[in-house]
Design a protein around this ligand. Structure first.
Ligand SMILES: [Zn+2]
Length: 434
């Protein structure tokens, strides 16, 4: 690691100082592992989701979108196996009362105080709550631990209403909740998180081919959005890592400051989920192909990505310390602010002229107006939050209607007419690889 690379401490500090990410409920001392996205963070995260949606839904003819509710019928979680087996083995220390994952312990005693441990118990990771006015087992519902099940139970609705033919996929972005016993590493592992999931339904027998396809497709998405190739890898799961229903699984891993860690999992879930829901609900979830007169339960390939993890990866990868500046070299499509506008002076009508230019640019781009401090300092403030373009209005602007347009990465400046600058920025962004 270079000295100028991002460490978790540097990222946390930048995120807080510049308004990307704050600790949740900070004035009350914070809530463990919960984070709030500030003014710049919410834009960055929204851009990550937008790029994903564009890439997997809007630019394809074999995908449909969905936004299912977080609370679902409790039978969903019986059918999916989450009630019986979505759990971690835990032990408690009899002296200090701390709780540990049994499978993470090296010895049979408390790693904190050396105390004696209880027997292992299974601790379900789903958050439980009650629906309606009565708190009893009849009213128990769960906060979904994955968005996937909302897709499976809507398989027939989407397929029929959107007239989709297998192979096709359903994509969804949404919050999920897991009561992890050891969250941590900033926004990497949290109990409340956002997922971007695809369930891609295919004919049995073609599943391996589609699995291979989605592994490559999803890895390339990160590369196209600027993450360095050498910081990404695909790691195939060992046989003993696979969930019981999965035929194959691979992780897209990123070299975070904490080491290689999962960004996204691509799994071949076979026909497990649709079969289970068919049995539990009594509804026939077979697909009938009119072309071949065949009836089958589709196999499912699931690329499942974390929004928070991707956002953190884009931040970590783009962070660069140069001699006299810190820069987030974010892909312009992801940058929270696309263009900053700087009047060189408050005098001579420059301020008004710059304001007018900004209000025109606002129709197309997120903008930031800064009239304070030296121009060099203003550039550096924008470099630090990843703003790709900066426009300076100077005394020449008043003479001939031209402004300077500065590029964040090369720091190169060109003079361009005020009328052409919006179009020039649009072309630079559009020229990026799809
Ligand atoms: Zn202890």
């Amino acid at each position: 690691m270079n000295k100028s690379d991002a460490t978790m401490e540097k990222l946390v500090s930048l995120c807080k100082r510049r308004g990307f990410i704050f600790q949740s409920s900070e004035i009350y001392g914070g809530l463990n592992s919960c984070w709030d996205y500030g003014p710049l963070g919410v834009e960055l995260k929204k851009n990550v989701k937008e790029q994903w949606w564009k890439s997997v839904v809007q630019s394809r003819d074999d995908m449909a979108g969905l936004d299912a509710s977080i609370l679902m019928h409790p039978h969903v979680w019986e059918a999916s196996g989450h009630i019986d087996s979505f759990s971690d083995p835990l032990v408690d220390c009899k002296s200090c009362k701390r709780r540990f994952r049994a499978d993470h312990l090296k010895e049979q005693k408390c790693p904190e105080c050396g105390g004696e441990l209880t027997d292992e118990r299974q601790f379900n990771l789903m958050f439980k709550t009650f629906m309606g006015p009565v708190e009893d087992s009849q009213a128990t519902v769960y906060l979904r631990p994955e968005t996937a099940q909302g897709i499976f139970v809507n398989f027939k609705n989407v397929q029929a209403s959107a007239r989709m033919k297998v192979p096709f996929g359903i994509a969804q972005i949404g919050k999920s909740f897991r009561n992890e016993i050891t969250p941590g590493n900033f926004t990497f592992r949290t109990r409340e998180f956002e997922q971007m999931e695809i369930e891609f339904f295919v004919k049995p027998g073609t599943d391996t081919e589609w699995y291979e396809y989605w592994r490559e497709e999803r890895l390339n998405w990160y590369i196209k959005l600027g993450i360095k190739k050498e910081k990404l890898r695909l790691r195939d799961h060992e046989q003993d890592e696979l969930a019981h229903y999965a035929k194959a699984c691979a992780d897209v891993e990123f070299l975070f400051p904490i080491g290689w860690s999962e960004l996204e999992g691509i799994a071949n879930r076979t026909d497990f989920d649709l079969t289970q829901h068919s049995k539990r609900s009594g509804k026939d979830l077979h697909y009938f192909s009119e072309e071949t007169n065949e009836k089958f339960i589709p196999y499912v390939i699931e690329p499942s990505a974390g929004v928070d993890r991707s956002t953190l990866a884009f931040l970590a990868d783009s962070y660069v310390e140069e001699e006299d500046r810190t820069v987030l070299k974010l892909d312009p499509r992801l940058a929270p602010i696309k263009v900053a506008i700087f009047p060189l002076s408050k005098k001579g009508g420059l301020l008004e002229r710059a304001k007018k230019l900004e209000s025109g640019l606002r129709k197309f781009y997120t903008t930031f107006f800064d009239e304070k401090g030296s121009i060099g300092r203003r550039y550096r403030r924008q470099d630090e939050i990843g703003t790709p373009y900066g426009i300076t209005i100077d005394f020449d602007t008043m003479e001939n209607g031209t402004v300077t347009l500065r590029d964040r990465d090369t720091m190169e400046q060109i003079r361009i007419s005020e009328e052409k600058v919006a179009e020039e920025i649009g072309q630079r962004i559009a020229g990026l690889p799809d």
